[in-house]
Design a protein around this ligand. Structure first.
Ligand SMILES: Nc1ncnc2c1ncn2[C@@H]1O[C@H](COP(=O)(O)OP(=O)(O)OP(=O)(O)O)[C@@H](O)[C@H]1O
Ligand SMILES: [Mg+2]
Length: 385
């Protein structure tokens, strides 16, 4: 209870990886397309897809939301992360779901009857041992055949797909391709950061089956969301929890996020927290935004930079010396190379969601506050070179 006797409302914002936000901003169309893919039946392109995007852009929470849409339609959803042992875990989960759906293991009864003197008989029946290791394709086929699933299907989500080992990728590709060919009601959505997914596709280019599978998957590249939608979501969330703020304050906060999903939660959380209760003022907003800017570095930029190569990082550090967009000539000069040396790094940094190159050919940071973060940490980052 607050001094005024009101109950303090829990903070609705969720600034942590994978936590479902109070409002999933700007993903309406993507979810609409996903609903269509479920309804369009086997063969719909959205039934096999990659969700890619920079760290903190909302891949994991999108997988969760897609899963809940499928569950609402009575689909069975199996959520996995691509760490070692995934195929086995999927097979076990499929088996559990099938048994929960009322379809038991097929039992082969092994019976022996012995004749005894005097016309008596004795019999022994042995139950088969539990099947182990379970075979994913067989388990999915059985689950898909469960009567309870009629009209619905099985959705598999695999987060951090780039961490998958090549054996398990082979198996996943083989099983899913097979089920798709059989027109089974199967959906597979895989998520990962773009440059890692590109790398995985490149690494498998010489393996026909896997490479066909990877190339077939539709690519959904997530980016920042519209700042006006962020403002709307801020206003809605605060009103739902019986607090208020002037539209200009909500707008200032929305602009500070740059439409970047992780930042939406960080700004919301800290602004809410500083105000504690009642009306959120411009002063609360300014303080909350400042805290959010400090936090985003360690939560998002540090892991994103870890995923890059030393040269990638050196280029970013060279860019952060500018106040605005950087010209390729200046970047090249700072790292002591010719401009054409940058081409390959441009593609990598763009696909990692770190850099955007405008029509004017100048390079910009794609996530908010990255410039300041790099300036603050440049010494440490450049140390590796
Ligand atoms: N559309 C959205 N609207 C509002 N907040 C969002 C949205 N998408 C994600 N978020 C919030 O952003 C944060 C990061 O989301 P999430 O963990 O899904 O990102 P990610 O892309 O999976 O990141 P990583 O690559 O680090 O795994 C979470 O706090 C989540 O609540
Ligand atoms: Mg994630």
């Amino acid at each position: 209870m607050s001094p005024a006797g009101r109950v303090r409302v829990p903070n609705p914002f969720k600034p942590s990886a994978g936590s479902t936000p109070p409002v999933l901003v700007g993903r309406g169309q993507v979810l609409e397309d996903f609903r269509d893919a479920l309804e369009d039946g086997p063969g719909a392109p959205g039934r096999l897809q990659f969700v890619t995007g920079a760290r903190g852009v909302g891949k994991t929470v999108l997988l969760t939301k897609m899963g809940s849409i499928a569950r609402d339609r009575k689909w069975v959803v199996l959520d996995e992360t691509a760490t070692s042992g995934m195929i086995d875990r999927l097979a076990r989960a499929a088996r559990r779901e099938r048994i929960a759906a009322g379809v038991e293991d097929p039992t082969e009864i092994v019976g022996r009857t012995y004749g005894l003197p005097g016309g008596w008989q004795a019999g022994a029946t042995f139950a088969p041992p539990p099947q182990d290791p379970f075979e994913l394709r067989q388990e999915l086929t059985r689950l898909l055949g469960a009567p309870l699933l009629q009209g619905a299907g099985v959705m598999i989500t695999v987060d951090e797909i780039h961490t998958i080992g090549s054996d398990e990728l082979d198996q996943l590709a083989a099983v899913v391709q097979h089920l798709i060919r059989d027109e089974a009601e199967i959906v597979l959505v895989m998520a990962g950061i773009p440059q890692a997914v590109d790398q995985m596709i490149a690494d498998n280019a010489q393996r026909p089956r896997v490479s066909t599978f990877l190339r077939r998957a539709e690519r959904l590249d997530l980016g920042a969301v519209d700042v006006d939608l962020v403002q709307e979501a801020f206003e809605m969330t605060v009103a739902d929890f019986e607090r208020s703020w002037a539209p200009e304050v909500a707008q200032t906060c929305a602009e500070a996020t740059g439409g970047y999903p992780f930042m939406i939660q960080l700004v919301g959380y800290h602004v809410w927290r500083i105000g504690r209760e009642g009306t959120i003022t411009a002063d609360h907003a300014a303080q909350g935004i400042a805290v959010a800017r400090r936090k985003i570095g360690n939560l998002v930029h540090a892991p994103a930079l870890q995923d890059l190569s030393d040269v990638d990082r050196t280029i970013l550090v060279a860019m952060c010396q500018d106040e605005g967009p950087s010209s390729p000539g200046a970047i090249a000069a700072r790292i002591g190379r010719a401009t054409n040396y940058l081409a390959v790094y441009r593609r990598r940094l763009e696909s990692a969601g770190m850099v955007q190159v405008g029509d004017d050919g100048r390079w910009r940071f794609a996530t908010p506050e990255l410039r300041q973060y790099l300036r603050d940490h440049a010494a440490h980052l450049a140390l590796n070179n």
